[in-house]
Ligand binder design. Structure first.
Ligand code: G3H
Ligand code: 13P
Ligand code: ZN
Ligand code: NA
Length: 283
């Protein structure tokens, strides 16, 4: 069935594990994520970015995930990843998303608070859960110095104030991870994470989690991370799956023979992640 992210993260908080939030943008990815969650008997969050919505169409994303959730015994949530405007959030809520992220991290604190507060008020009225971002989670391609990186990280006291002011359900924090493929293993600021968790009594979300060593993910979960976002690892598995088939037989022209193995490769990596997050058997 389709559920909210809040429901899943409340259980994860009580159980001390994290729920995987996997990005989708087509049918094979949605099917791979759900097949993996079913095989692991795990709750799962399927999320779509604005780019994914633009690519597939909002109605297709909702249609695919609704069918997957309806046909499945495991709880599935549909979440907007990095929504950057009030309009986008409202469109997703209207189409049936059960959770939305409003990412106001590019704005000054007061503006981020005002935008987040507005979204929380409306989402809460219709039973949709919310995620916000404080600090800036950049990309691995961003050319930034160590000092700049430090300045982008979430300030614990500010996080406390932000959560009190907005009433948001979960908080994405910048503690050293980045979106995309890392050139070197990232260095996570665990002291900062622990401080944030001690001041903020809601589930913490880790973005940019592809490429973070398993032991660091596990440590972050032990310190309060309850939602772990994975996109890049799925993309890598998809493309490797496609390449493997084509490299073996350059004459293959049946899309099913190319995308079928890619789908299996994605299922395998999602299963692996679910086990690391500790959500296996929690459905
Ligand atoms: O946080 C970013 C996600 O990996 C989605 O990326 O905006 O290219 O769809 P995208
Ligand atoms: P990765 O692509 O690094 O896994 O990050 C995904 C993410 O944070 C989506 O919001
Ligand atoms: Zn992200
Ligand atoms: Na990453």
């Amino acid at each position: 069935p389709l559920v909210t992210v809040k429901e899943l993260l409340d259980k994860a908080e009580a159980g001390g594990y994290a729920v995987g939030a996997f990005n989708c943008n087509n049918m094979e990815i949605v099917q791979a994520i759900v097949a993996a969650a079913e095989a692991e008997k795990a709750p799962v969050i399927i999320q779509a970015s604005q780019g994914a919505i633009k690519y597939a169409g909002l109605d297709y994303i909702v249609g695919l995930v609704n069918i997957a959730a309806k046909n499945s015994k495991i709880p599935v949530a549909l979440h907007l990843d990095h929504g950057t405007s009030f309009d986008q959030v409202i469109k997703c809520i209207r189409e049936g998303f059960t959770s939305v992220m409003i990412d106001g991290s590019k704005y000054p604190l007061e503006e981020n608070i005002a935008l987040t507060k507005k979204v929380v008020e409306i989402a809460r009225a219709v039973g949709v859960s919310t995620e916000a971002e404080l600090g800036k989670i950049g990309g691995t391609e961003d050319d930034i110095t160590v000092l700049e990186k430090e300045a982008m990280m979430t300030d614990p006291e500010e996080a406390k104030f932000f959560v009190e002011q907005t009433g948001v359900d979960s908080l994405a924090v910048a503690i050293g991870t980045a979106h995309g493929q890392y050139k070197f293993d990232p260095e996570l600021d665990f002291d900062r994470l622990a401080k944030i968790k001690s001041l903020v009594n809601i589930p913490i979300v880790l973005h940019g989690s592809s490429g973070v060593p398993d032991k660091d993910i596990e440590k972050a979960i032990s310190l309060g991370v309850r939602k772990v976002n994975i996109d890049t690892n799925i993309r890598e598995a998809f493309v490797k799956g496609v390449r493997d088939v084509i490299n073996k037989d350059a004459k293959e022209i049946d899309p099913r023979k190319i995308l079928g193995p890619a789908r299996e490769a994605m299922t395998a990596i999602v299963r692996e992640k679910i086990r690391i997050f500790g959500s296996s058997g929690k459905a």
